[in-house]
Ligand binder design. Sequence first.
Ligand code: NAP
Length: 246
Amino acid sequence: MAYSIQDKTILVTGANRGIGEALVKELVARGAGRVYAAARNTASLAELVAQAPEVIVPVQLDVTNAADISSLANDITSLDVLINNAGIANFSNFSGESTLSIAASEMATNYFGPVNLTHAFLPTLHKSSAAAVINVSSVAGIANFPTLGPYSASKAAVHSFTQGLRAELRKAGIFVQGVYPGPVDTDMTKDFETDKASPAEVAKSVLTGLQQGDEDVYPDAFAQQMYAIYNQNPKQLEQQFAAILD
Ligand SMILES: NC(=O)c1ccc[n+]([C@@H]2O[C@H](COP(=O)([O-])OP(=O)(O)OC[C@H]3O[C@@H](n4cnc5c(N)ncnc54)[C@H](OP(=O)(O)O)[C@@H]3O)[C@@H](O)[C@H]2O)c1
């Protein structure tokens, strides 16, 4: 499948910084017709919108808020691509005192947010002749990264959601892509010392993947190396990630 971004209408969640902001910029560069940039606080989108005010439309959205989701789905009556990017990460484990509340909030944002938003926009996506849904999971979603245990579980849920949604929408011709980044240089990883990909590099890989019809995108070198291990032997990747606690 070759997909053209030219003139398409696209909604990006978590668009005010990090990977979401980079996706909006790259969509504009690749000729998107209209990009709805969603953020909890629309004032935080001002600089981004100013770069292409004729294309970028700021919209308010907290992906954990059902009223926000239904209001946005009412307002946006034409949409080709939904990009579920917004997410949160706590560097925490399954043994800590706050495990339950952290796990609940990560599932609410990272998993139930995309599920609810996608559900709300499906009737609109079905009206598009070139519809797609892109879900940003993580390489920690294919094997648990133990310093991000509950987060990894929420991203595994996104991975499974992506597979199920893809199967369900295949006959309707709606393309579903999963994105599995390694460490990316954004606010999310500011306290995590390691080599990181740039958000711009990730955005380019995601959108090239969309244009090429790649269902699974491992957008950076670390993610590609980890996927190569997983592809050979999933247990080996689990053990390699587990070794971070040694
Ligand atoms: N950075 C990495 O290493 C990495 C690796 C793998 C996957 N990812 C995934 O990539 C995606 C983007 O992350 P990032 O690295 O760009 O992180 P980031 O810089 O921390 O940005 C996160 C974005 O999500 C938004 N957000 C958080 N909770 C939200 C909510 N309830 N409703 C709406 N928006 C919400 C934030 O908005 P506010 O400004 O309002 O907080 C912000 O725009 C996430 O799904 C993340 O899990 C990141």
